[in-house]
Design a protein around this ligand. Structure first.
Ligand code: TRP
Length: 333
């Protein structure tokens, strides 16, 4: 049976190696498997749950589309579209917000983290964000959703919403409860400056991440300056547990080489970091450089990017409009 894959990326700018290895590279593999039907959504409605500069939001949307294509997602095979263009997303989110329970949302750990100490000042959108995410997924009868570990709870919520809707309206299998696709080994790429913190665009030091738009010299410099410990590289996986920076760098290497951790450890056991980092720089540059130059090229061709979004909108909207029409009938509108 064909898998129906759906995933979303927020257009918040500055995509980095963590986004690439944790999500986009995986999307490319899914796109390349003829068994899959993939939809990749630029989730601008999600982005405005925290304040955004409208000009930046627009250019970050283009940058996200350019990154998808530059990384190898083929818009002829997969649908790439912008969430806000397909109005069924907002509409379905409202209807589902009448199905989801406060108690369920109150358990969402990402809201607690993002809202921080002053929950009273967080937007209502930030709170109901997972309901919109459920709408995204359920509108397309998605069977599989590739996400990072941090989205697992939201996906569980989506399954609960789907089941409750089906139960409440006594219509079996109308919404399909999707399965998460989580890459266990390398889904969390950590900061180059602190192996315990996730690589993030919001970390102050640019040296903490490899941006997908970095050039060769920047990449080499960042890897050279990446934090390590003073021991040689380990010879057993267990040793990595107490060495977060070594674990992260070997993880990045393995992920780019499509190796297992064990294979990479076998390759570098007992060697020192300088030798390993040289090799690592080479492969990061080899992978990221063509992507970054392609992103730049595509960003110069806004007409092309808009065309991709328009075609994606038409395909996505066709599917979503049919589903929302049925939702209207079921609910009694
Ligand atoms: N919440 C996801 C994130 O921040 C993005 C997202 C929005 C998403 N809608 C989605 C992911 C639907 C998967 C499916 O990473």
């Amino acid at each position: 049976m064909k898998k129906k894959i759906f995933s979303g990326v927020q257009p918040t700018g500055n995509l980095h190696l963590g986004n690439y290895l944790g999500a986009i590279k995986n999307f490319v593999d899914l796109n390349n498997d003829a068994q899959n039907k993939c939809i990749f959504c630029v989730v601008d409605l999600h982005a405005i749950t925290v304040s955004q500069n409208p000009k930046d939001l627009k250019s970050n949307t283009h940058e996200t589309v350019a990154t998808f294509i530059a990384s190898g997602i083929d818009p002829k095979k997969s649908i790439i579209f912008k969430q806000s263009q397909v109005s069924a997303h907002s509409e379905t989110a409202w209807i589902l917000s009448c199905v989801a329970r406060m108690g369920w949302l109150n358990r969402m750990t990402q809201f607690k983290e993002k809202a921080g100490k002053d929950k009273e000042k967080a937007s209502i959108g930030l709170y109901s964000y997972p309901v919109l995410m459920a709408a995204d997924i359920l509108l397309y009868d998605s069977t599989h959703v590739p996400v990072g570990d941090d989205q697992k709870q939201h996906l569980e919520l989506c399954r609960n919403i789907a089941q409750k809707f089906n139960n409440d309206y006594k219509i079996e299998n109308f919404f399909i409860a999707p399965e998460p696709l989580i890459k266990k080994e390398f889904s969390r790429i950590m900061s180059l400056k602190d192996g315990l913190k996730k690589m993030s665009k919001s970390e102050v030091s640019d040296l903490s991440r490899v941006n997908l738009t970095d050039d060769k010299d920047q990449i080499i410099n960042k890897i050279k300056k990446a934090k390590t410990d003073t021991l040689p590289l380990p010879s057993a996986i267990e040793e990595l547990e107490k060495r977060p920076e070594a674990k992260n760098l070997i993880g990045i290497y393995s992920s780019l080489m499509n190796n297992t951790l064990q294979e990479s450890i076998d390759e570098f056991a007992g060697k020192n970091f300088s030798e390993f980092k040289e090799k690592l720089s080479d492969i990061v540059v080899n992978e990221i450089n063509p992507i970054s130059s392609e992103i730049k090229k595509l960003l110069d061709d806004k007409v092309f990017l808009e065309k991709i979004l328009k075609e994606g909108y038409e395909k996505a909207n066709e599917i979503a409009s049919k589903k929302i029409k049925k939702i209207h009938e079921i609910v009694g509108f």
